[in-house]
Design a protein around this ligand. Sequence first.
Ligand SMILES: [Zn+2]
Length: 650
Amino acid sequence: MKRVLGKLMGISVIVGSATSALGFDPGNARSMSAGRAEAPDGAVGAAPARSEIPERYRWNLGEIFADDAAFEAAFQKTEGLINKFAALKGTMGRSAETLLAVLEMRDQLSAELDRVVLYSGLSYHQDMSVNPAQGRWDRSQSLGTKAAEAMSWFVPELLTMAPESVHGWMEKNDMLAVYRHFVDDVQRQRDHYLSPREEELLAMAGEIASAPENIYGRFTNTNMDFPTIEDETGAKVKLSAAKYSTFIYSKDRRVRRDAFLGIHQSYMDMANTLSAMLSAHVKQHIFYAKARGFRTAREAALDGPNIPVAVYDNLVATVNKHVDKLHRYVELRRKLMGLDEIHQYDLYVPMVAVEEEKIEYDDAVSTILKALAPLGSDYTGTLRRSFESRWIDVYETANKRSGAYCWGAYLTHPYLLLNYNRTMNDRSTVAHEMGHAMHSWYTVKSQPFVYGDYATFCAEVASTVNEVVLANYLLAHANDDTERLLILQQQLEGIRTTVFRQTMFAEYEQRIHELAEAGSPLTGEVLCKEYAELVAKYYGPGTTADACGAAEGLRIPHFYRNFYVYAYATSHCSATNIGRRIIAGEPGAVDGLMKFLAAGSSKYPLDVLKLAGVDMTTPKPIEDTMQLFAELLDRFEELYAKTIKPKAAA
Ligand SMILES: [Zn+2]
């Protein structure tokens, strides 16, 4: 229950639900090649203005609010609801009717606030240089904190009520009975709630608590100064996050090396400042965990969605058991690329050195629609409608936020931010983000507001199922073995970056929290040392480390979430399992997925996943994915020898 977790952690309640639970992918686990396509002279030009992009490729924020005046009106309405809600304090326990009134008012306020935050966030992200938009975004965040303060009495007051009497009221009142799982979930967390005054204090600290993340975001997006390097044609290009995510895939080793070293040396140079931000963020987690009587920050984060720590440990232990498969992959990569030494910056470039065909966005869309046909006509019909209705901001424009995400609110359809650059990876990203959008859409359509979001633990499943089903279609429809190799390579990379790499991130996150909990200062030196050790363990003895590569642990934005990355890995394993059963035409597999999509947060995350036939308390889905990785490696190696080797020898 994301909303309850937000409340528990004292972070702005609704902002939490809007930004995480509805599939908002902050940062670059799904990074796209966000740089613009090369200009004809080979130089990379500045990003175009929004007005240069045809309207149908720009999202339509007018569907949320017709104009800024409508936004202001909604903002004021939300402020009014905050005051109304505050006035309900002390009334909850009087009768079934007053309890219901409080619950419904809470929903109404949260729904309005979500929409305000969504609009201000999207309009800020489309042009992060515009001051009025930034001002609206700041005000919305403050409004979220104000709402959290005004609602801080809600849970403690609910906890003063005996569960039996609440259940008694629910027996007689159908509208109240809707809230049964929600109320039971709050009662489950009873031991970690504090006195009303203490709850109020924690809520008041919300804005300060989110400061490290905000400072990191501003600093890295606008104040970090990166060096200028030469691209493949010798043209001088100033590095940026977006340019880096293009150059790291460069087939010209000098370019990807200069980009990797340039970016990470800049982070390394700022290690003092950046480690202070990350350290403060980690301490914030520990503060809330301690305040609520949890043993560790990790236990606190996982208790919100009711995930046993054993699920996390199971992931890390199972992946560690198979880390030799990643070593095999890295060694294969080194061999096929003809390198003496393999570095971190050699891990992204395609092993199959063929010129990838550029995929126009409209072609990507039509392929995705055909590929996802096994998910049924209802699913693809909704998908088609969303592609045609300006839910998506497709291309990079000046000062637009990098990366890709899906973000929605209960009162409006979800929106997708992309920086589409015509690669195969970009096409998969469209399918991925659309998975989030469909998950949000079916959840909102099927659930009352109180269950109209979904837990982080489930958030990456629908998106990855889309990718798995898309890859299967592309393999079946490939023109030749070379294209097949490209698709196999993409699947291998999917597991490397989402299962192995995110598990490595999860281990890093766990280790730095444990260090801080043991009283060790998280200096730049400590953070880099920890990160370097994990890189060595995961990529194996064959990988040559560059000193500044350890600064990646200071760069990745996901470390500013709260034990979020492990869910990428568990989700990928769940989705692989679901996707393969759908592809095999297993009876009930599509039905199970549709039930999962529609369930929202009406059950605990592990139970929601069981609707789709997956049990993440067992090593099975992870073992299966590791097995698949080994099979893909075999297939890739065999096909490569048959297709590429003889040509190279000739
Ligand atoms: Zn995602």
